[in-house]
Design a protein around this ligand. Structure first.
Ligand code: GDP
Ligand code: MN
Length: 385
């Protein structure tokens, strides 16, 4: 689960990490008023669930309130496209207006989960700012990494080593040690999968400050934090993702043309691999989970059919807890309701598989039943080819 920059900054600030003074605006008039309160000269920042805003014109230094208003109008008027949003971009519903800070140096700082070691990893670089991806590609030696032992947590001497590696000395170095310790506390107590400050700056006046912030919460821990659901900005999500969330279905949008309905994450991964191997391109996948009901399958099918990129549907289900005839009913119900004429290929196995196949064959839908996963994947690719 993602949140906006201004929300991430509020959290950091509540852990003692300095942030610029700022206000959130929902209209261009509010942008103007906020700019006035900041003294005219300020930074106007589009709040979207993606980075790369600086290079895409989503962050701008303005010099007087009218300029802030004009720029706010522009940002609110159309989706913002950055290197991270995809070509359709994201709509801007909130704008952060911040005091303009004189920056002396920019650093990169983050704590995230390292999937290989199953540990939090602290990542830091003295070459922070908008070109961090390029630094990581071209000069990886400038990126410092430290794995954090969950038993001991981040130790002050480790934080000091990182601060020194960033080239900090004196009181700023000590401030950075404290900031790193606090950042690790944020990660743990707020159940984050990512906390990123880019750039962390040293101001002309010699203070450390989080100039940008990104936080992602671990979805599996959201139940432990009552305030999280209210922090979501639904304007930033794919409408189909929202519907899927309501029914507790995992829906992931991809770029191809085959909609995939699968039960179980492992089977979903295998399905995508086999489809790709047969020359197919998945448009999405929808995992209905282990013990889905007929209604859930029907809802999942409906979501897949609403994805305009879908030109054919591939169903791969293993009926263990779930019976194949129940799944067949769900598919027939949803496809019927949508007058679906798209090619459908179903590969199913397990409980009541013969009943399920029979129901599908007699349904009158444009459906084929595969013998096994390879056969079924070949069929859907051929039907679309
Ligand atoms: P991102 O491109 O989406 O990561 O957006 P950022 O919030 O990181 O902003 C991009 C760049 O704008 C930063 O790297 C800073 O160099 C600059 N910037 C952001 N806020 C301020 C500010 O208050 N003062 C100044 N001078 N520059 C800022
Ligand atoms: Mn940034």
């Amino acid at each position: 689960m993602n949140i906006h920059e201004y929300q991430a900054k509020e959290i950091l600030n509540s852990y003692g990490i300095p942030i610029p003074r700022g206000m959130v605006a929902m209209t261009s008039d509010q942008v103007e008023r906020a700019a006035k309160m900041m003294g005219g000269r300020c930074v106007v920042k589009a709040q979207i669930y993606a980075g790369g805003r600086g290079k895409a014109g989503g962050v701008k230094l303005v010099h007087y309130p009218e300029q802030a208003q004009e720029y706010g109008k522009e940002l609110f008027s159309r989706p913002l496209v950055t290197s991270q949003t995809g070509p359709e971009g994201l709509r801007v519903r909130r704008i952060l207006v911040e005091e303009a800070v004189e920056i002396a140096r920019e650093f990169y700082l983050s704590i995230t989960l390292d999937r290989e070691t199953s540990l939090y990893v602290l990542i830091a670089s003295a070459e922070g700012g908008m070109d961090i991806e390029e630094v990581a590609n071209k000069s990886p030696e400038k990126i410092h990494k430290l794995l954090i032992d969950p038993l001991t947590g981040l130790r002050p001497y480790q934080a000091r080593k990182i601060s020194l590696e960033l080239g900090l000395t004196g009181t700023v170095c000590e401030d950075c040690v404290e900031l790193l310790m606090n950042l690790y506390r944020v990660c743990q107590e707020k159940d984050c999968s990512l906390v990123e400050i880019n750039p962390l700056v040293v101001t002309r006046a010699g203070w450390l400050m989080a100039m940008d912030a990104k936080i992602a919460f671990d979805d599996n821990a959201v139940y432990r934090h009552r305030e999280y659901p209210d922090m979501m900005d639904y304007s930033q999500l794919d409408p189909l993702e929202i519907t899927a969330g309501k029914y507790d279905l995992a829906y992931i949008k991809l770029t191809g043309s085959i909609g995939c309905l699968v039960n179980g994450a492992g089977l979903a991964m295998a399905t995508l691999d086999v489809l790709k191997e047969c020359g197919g391109e998945p448009a999405n996948f929808l995992d209905v989970g282990g013990g889905a009901t007929r209604e859930k399958v029907a809802e999942a099918f409906r979501i897949i059919l609403q994805d305009r990129d879908v030109k054919g549907v591939f169903v791969n289900i293993f009926g263990g807890i779930m019976r194949c005839d129940v799944i067949a009913h769900g598919i027939i119900e949803a496809a019927g309701a949508f007058n679906c004429t798209l090619p459908i290929v179903v590969r199913m196995d397990g409980s009541k598989v013969e009943e399920g196949k029979k129901l599908l064959r007699e349904s009158g839908l444009n459906v084929q039943v595969g013998d096994d996963l390879g056969d079924a994947a070949t069929r859907i690719v051929k039907m679309l080819g």
